[in-house]
Write a protein that binds this ligand. Structure first.
Ligand SMILES: Cc1cc2nc3c(=O)[nH]c(=O)nc-3n(C[C@H](O)[C@H](O)[C@H](O)COP(=O)(O)OP(=O)(O)OC[C@H]3O[C@@H](n4cnc5c(N)ncnc54)[C@H](O)[C@@H]3O)c2cc1C
Length: 408
């Protein structure tokens, strides 16, 4: 066992995903030293988060990342609520938020394009180190600090720090080692993600559309790609009777696209990527235990409808890192980290969990009467600029930030 006890790191972060790297960047800019431990040998290249909301872009601007994201992402000033039979139900104009945010649009950009930007911005800071191939396996804490054990190609290693941040995803080892309950549930169906170069704009879909259907709803997103027409990503539920192998096979993807386009069966669409995910609604009972803090998916997971998962993880990172910097600079006592828990836990339950479940239920509603009632409701809200703005303040997460700030 190699002991790195002489390293004077104030904060160790487990996980070099977007939340872990961002937490490190904010701490670094606040003159706090940190060490990021990442289990994999490189940054992960997965097609998960792809939608960034206005308050997230405002926050990322503070650390010098937003402009680079705008340069490569796709701005989505309007998004649609649709119905597979009925067609367009409502078109939401984020321009109504022009008074509320500097960025009145959604930005489409995969998270694997964000993490290299974050890593690059960490490199000038001598007080930050990122160690790949280092998987946190356990830790012990006392009143003075935390000792972390990690598995590396050179065997087990120990590192000391004052605070440990678990940003190691939904299966967080930090959360498990801290014995923090992750209460909630897992949906029976899985979600399929299918990417195609077929241009859904040909069917008058905006860059983002949620298409309800009692049998199989679909969410479509245009993502940046080498070609102008972009890469279109579809997310849809896979019922429990369908095996993973079937859902990952070409005919399943073709059928899913045909259901939306209505094209003749012999039309074959180009498929670039297919994957399948389990989907959960869970929130950690505590985001702080002594000198250990949780952020991002380690702290909460939700279905992706509304694009809240990573956005809320980014909001955690700013809240956590700013408060922890104050504590480490001696400007506040450590009870400030309890406020981090109260603010971020509350808004995750009240906004992220509630809205993502509501979005899912609306898209999959089977009762024809409730479906048409919901369509009428959306049309009425959308037609009234005041009500539409109120709706967008919620769906764009602006209200969740205000609610967190109001909690003391
Ligand atoms: C299909 C799908 C679509 C989504 N779309 C959106 C969207 O549009 N908008 C949105 O906001 N969110 C979306 N999400 C959610 C989003 O992907 C997650 O919320 C986000 O990845 C969380 O980031 P994170 O850094 O907390 O965790 P992760 O991205 O999971 O990163 C965790 C990191 O920790 C590392 N790690 C794990 N264990 C250890 C260990 N023991 N030691 C060291 N390192 C470890 C992992 O290798 C990984 O690099 C989507 C999710 C899915 C499944």
């Amino acid at each position: 066992m190699q002991i790195n006890a002489n390293r004077d790191t104030q904060v160790i972060i487990s996980g070099a995903g977007p939340v872990g790297l961002l937490t490190a960047l904010i701490l670094a800019q606040n003159q706090i030293s940190c060490l990021v431990l990442e289990a994999h040998s490189t940054l992960t290249h997965d097609l998960r988060a792809g939608t960034f909301h206005p308050p997230t872009l405002e926050m990322l601007d503070r650390v010098g990342v937003t402009q680079a994201m705008l340069d490569i992402g796709i701005r989505v000033p309007k998004w649609q609520s649709c119905d597979l039979d009925f067609g367009l139900v409502a078109e939401w104009d984020l321009g109504l938020l022009a008074q509320d945010t500097t960025y009145p649009f959604r930005l489409h950009l995969e998270q694997h394009r964000l993490t290299p930007l974050l890593l690059e911005r960490l490199s000038p800071y001598p007080h930050v180190e990122v160690l790949f191939d280092h998987a946190l396996t356990s830790f012990v804490q006392n009143e003075e600090g935390v000792t972390v054990e990690a598995q590396s190609p050179n065997g087990a290693q120990k590192f000391n720090c004052q605070w440990l941040v678990g940003a190691d995803g939904g299966r967080s080892q930090v959360r498990k080692s801290a014995d923090i309950e992750f209460s909630g549930y897992t949906w029976p169906e899985r979600y399929s993600v299918i990417s195609t170069t077929y241009d859904f704009a040909e069917l008058n879909y905006r860059e983002n559309a949620y298409i309800s259907d009692p049998e199989q709803w679909v969410a479509v997103f245009k993502m940046p790609d080498v070609t102008e027409s972009g890469l279109w990503r579809m997310t849809l539920p896979v019922s429990t009777e369908v095996t993973d192998d079937t859902a990952l096979a070409g005919p399943y993807a073709q059928h899913a696209i045909h259901r939306v386009t209505g094209a003749a069966a012999e039309v074959v669409y180009p498929i670039v990527h297919q994957s399948i995910y389990n989907v959960h609604q869970r929130v950690a009972a505590h985001l702080r235990k002594g000198r250990v803090l949780l952020a991002g998916d380690a702290a909460h997971v939700n279905n992706p409808l509304g694009g809240f998962g990573l956005n809320s993880g980014i909001h955690d990172a700013f809240n956590l890192a700013d408060k922890l910097s104050e504590v480490l600079h001696g400007q506040a006592d450590d009870s400030l980290m309890d406020l981090y828990h109260r603010q971020r836990h509350t808004v995750n339950v009240e906004y992220v969990q509630e809205l993502s479940v509501k979005n899912k239920k609306n898209l999959e509603e089977k009762d024809p009467e409730l479906r048409s009632q919901r369509r009428r409701e959306l049309q009425e809200i959308c037609a009234d600029p005041d009500r539409a703005r109120a709706y967008l303040l919620n769906s764009s997460m602006i209200n969740s930030i205000k609610r967190a700030e109001a909690i003391q």
